[in-house]
Design a protein around this ligand. Structure first.
Ligand SMILES: Cc1ncc(COP(=O)(O)O)c(C=O)c1O
Length: 452
């Protein structure tokens, strides 16, 4: 791997004082616990972060599943700087700017067959809510306005908008908002089953039949009420849950049979994470709508993109031509700086072969992560592309405690992983080298061994 990394800024920002930590209400963070013992990052380059004190930390999670080309990519920073000094903002409501069209075309060429109409957002959550709204609007436009239900999946994560938490299946994200969520949503069972599938290499072989649960939900609600099914091809946030062999194809068949749209949420699987630009290409199952964000700009500028099949866009293009077809959009949809970042990112991905690198290095990744099998308290190891998860035996009465301690100790020893429940998840930048895979897994193995 010969990624040319030129750091954007070599300076380290000093750490805030205890008092200065107060004002920032941190997202998805145990604020009091964190602020008592903060873990801060001040600089990044290539595969590494540095803390404000200058300690080097190997990035095992591409920031938050987004920095696929590695950190400090000068080409992206330069493209953004150029754009900001040329035109920092232009509206895309009833106006346009050339880069937005250029980016949409580039993305359409990269996308699975037919998904060549692209709606821009600023995040994965916005992409998901946009996709849900497009699904309902599409059915209405073709005279099926009664199709308003969605089918999500247990343990699914689709961001934090009200649409996303409604179709999502993570209880902590949902329980407080129970009475405020979208009505009429139902959920497929999740596909995680350690009894049948623990330590599978790649996709598990047991569980395709779980897709047939969709037929049961359709029989319960009637197909004519259902707009779309939404799933992540691979769930990340719930601790890396892989689709059993044949499962996604079966979902596709059932959706086709009943005229229900299939939405793949590729916010984490998009842009090379599993060895092709998108997971749907790896699994050879094409959705009707695909949501993306994260790797689209290498994490440099917030941006998301929703890809729709041409038939969906075309169905909406009716009525008087002076009437807006979809009453939806964000001030920053196709923000010029984000478009510049995305185009520079796509150039990098292409030039360095990063969108297929996970396939090339995937078997080394698989070998390395499965070497953790047999370590006390390791109850499962899961992998696909450059995604990995190690599930730990929960401490009695203290779910998540062991994995949290492992996560903190890994950070102390210079490796950043991610913890969800009792799962340690990993999704490194796609530029990772074998020696860094060894450092990541070696540190994790040592820490698990020494964590009671
Ligand atoms: C599958 C999936 N969908 C949606 C989101 C939400 O993205 P964001 O945090 O950018 O809103 C995430 C974030 O991790 C995700 O993994």
């Amino acid at each position: 791997m010969n990624a040319r990394i030129t750091p954007v800024s070599p300076q380290l920002t000093p750490a805030p004082s205890q008092e200065e930590l107060g004002a920032f209400w941190m997202p998805f963070t145990a604020n009091r616990q964190f602020k008592a013992n903060p873990r801060l990052l001040a600089r990044a380059e290539g595969m590494y972060y540095w803390t404000p004190e200058g300690r080097q930390v190997l990035d095992g999670v591409a920031g938050l599943w987004c920095v696929n080309a590695g950190h400090g990519r000068r080409e992206i920073a330069d493209a953004v700087a150029r754009q900001l000094t040329t035109m920092e903002f232009a509206p895309t409501f009833q106006m346009g700017h050339p880069m937005a069209f250029e980016l949409a075309n580039r993305l359409a060429q990269l996308a699975p067959p037919g998904l060549d109409r692209v709606f821009f957002t600023n995040s994965g959550s916005e992409s998901v809510d946009t996709a849900l709204k497009i699904a309902i609007a599409y059915h209405r436009a073709r005279g099926a306005g009664q199709r308003t239900r969605f089918i999500g999946r247990e343990k699914g994560y689709h961001g934090v908008g009200f649409g996303g938490i409604s179709v999502g299946g993570i209880v902590n994200n949902r329980k407080i908002y129970a009475s405020s969520m979208l009505p009429g949503v139902d959920h497929l069972p999740h596909t995680l089953d350690l009894g049948h599938n623990a330590f599978s290499r790649g996709l598990p072989h047991w569980g395709m039949h779980l897709a047939n649960e969709l037929e049961r939900l359709i029989a319960l609600h009637d197909a004519s009420t259902i707009a779309a099914v939404i799933v992540e091809p691979i769930s990340g946030s719930a601790g890396v849950i892989l689709p059993p062999v044949g499962y996604l194809k079966r979902l596709r068949e059932i959706c086709d049979k009943h005229d229900i749209l299939l939405i793949f949420d590729e916010v984490i699987t998009g842009f090379g994470r599993v060895g092709k630009p998108f997971a749907s290409q790896v699994f050879d199952v094409t959705p009707d709508i695909m949501t993306t964000a994260k790797g689209l700009t290498n994490g440099a500028i917030p941006m998301g993109a929703v890809f729709s099949q041409r038939k969906i866009y075309d169905a909406m293009m009716q009525g008087p031509e002076n009437v807006i077809e979809l009453f939806h959009g964000y001030t920053y949809s196709a923000h010029p700086a984000a478009c510049a970042a995305a185009l520079a990112t796509l150039d990098l991905y292409e030039r360095e072969g990063l969108l297929t690198r996970a396939a090339a290095i995937g078997s080394q990744w698989e070998e390395a992560i499965h070497s953790l099998r047999g370590i006390p308290n390791v109850i499962d190891v899961r992998n696909f592309g450059l995604i990995g998860a190690v599930e730990l035996e929960p401490r009695p009465g203290k779910p998540g405690g062991r994995a949290y301690d492992v996560f903190v100790e890994c950070f102390e020893r210079g490796v950043m992983v991610r913890q969800t429940g009792d799962v340690i998840a990993m999704s490194p930048p796609l530029i990772i080298e074998p020696a860094q895979i060894a450092q990541l897994m070696g540190t994790l193995a040592d820490v698990i061994r020494t964590t009671a």
